[in-house]
Design a protein around this ligand. Sequence first.
Ligand code: GFB
Length: 326
Amino acid sequence: MTEARRAAEPVYSLAGKRVWVAGHRGMVGSALVRRLQNEHPAEILTATRQGADLRDPVAVRTWMSKSRPQAVFVPAAKVGGILANDTYPADFLYDNLMIAANVIHAAHETGVEKLLFLGSSCIYPKFAEQPIREEALLTGSLEPTNEWYAIAKIAGIKLCQAYRRQHGADFISAMPTNLYGPGDNYDLQTSHVIPALIRKAHEAKLSGATAMEMWGTGTPRREFLHADDCADALVHLMQVYSGAEHVNVGSGEDLTIEALARLVMKVVGFKGGLEKDLSKPDGTPRKLMSADRLRALGWEPKITLEDGLKDAYSWFLATREKRKDE
Ligand code: GFB
């Protein structure tokens, strides 16, 4: 048997467990609920913001004491694209610090058996060596547009490690790359690049425009993973991994923003040109994560970028009437 196969053997079973997906309305949270519903005889617990505002320690503690989850996924976060991160640093730092601290501390106090905390690839130094290995954490300065979010996510990793070290808690963390898929945010000011480009290409196609706009130079490189692949990887990690070190969750491939924009245009069927808005930031030049640790644990992505973009565009079209962002 290979190392990878051996490492992939379950150390924790979700079967029959009370599993809380904290942040089940978000893109990753809803993908996790779909994934768990399809494949696991687990009892899925969810809480609305009215039921438990995750920024409120008393509300979180009260909800968890009452609901008694045995396993907890923490995809809950205040998230946004490059401009939102740059514009609302206090919200990104405060909300994400509070969510991480409240859920992880209450999980310890209420005897949760296993917890998986979700971070982001922006925890790594702006000029980290590529592909970025997990060991690159805290070896250099962060990208200024998203350092607020990154610091909160680094605190989450450290909380998991601290509770493991001091209390023996089985809390792990996973760092996903840039994600996209059903349930994404299509508001052009606060969204990430993929939903923004899908919406712009779609609107340019409908209006018969000769070109659509892309922020920045188009030269930064990004890695993308579909939310369903991410959810699959997280469920896998919950079952096979128990360790202090965080694990990267990515596709292992990246492309330039300009190449991404052209692929989105192809998927959407917009045949015009591409214009650069150089007043907008580029952000990190490249953030391709090493997928070695996750591969060694026996997981690989299944959804190609082109298929994933088709799926995201279908969701965009199917939900346009209901969304309030247009
Ligand atoms: O996805 P995005 O907003 O976030 O931007 P980051 C990625 C790249 O796409 C940047 C460019 O170089 C943008 O300038 N881009 C081109 C666009 N056109 C657009 C557009 O219309 N909208 C947007 N939003 N971008 C975020 C972090 O960084 O990634 C978060 O701020 C988090 O903290 C998240 O880590 C995953 O990849 O630059």
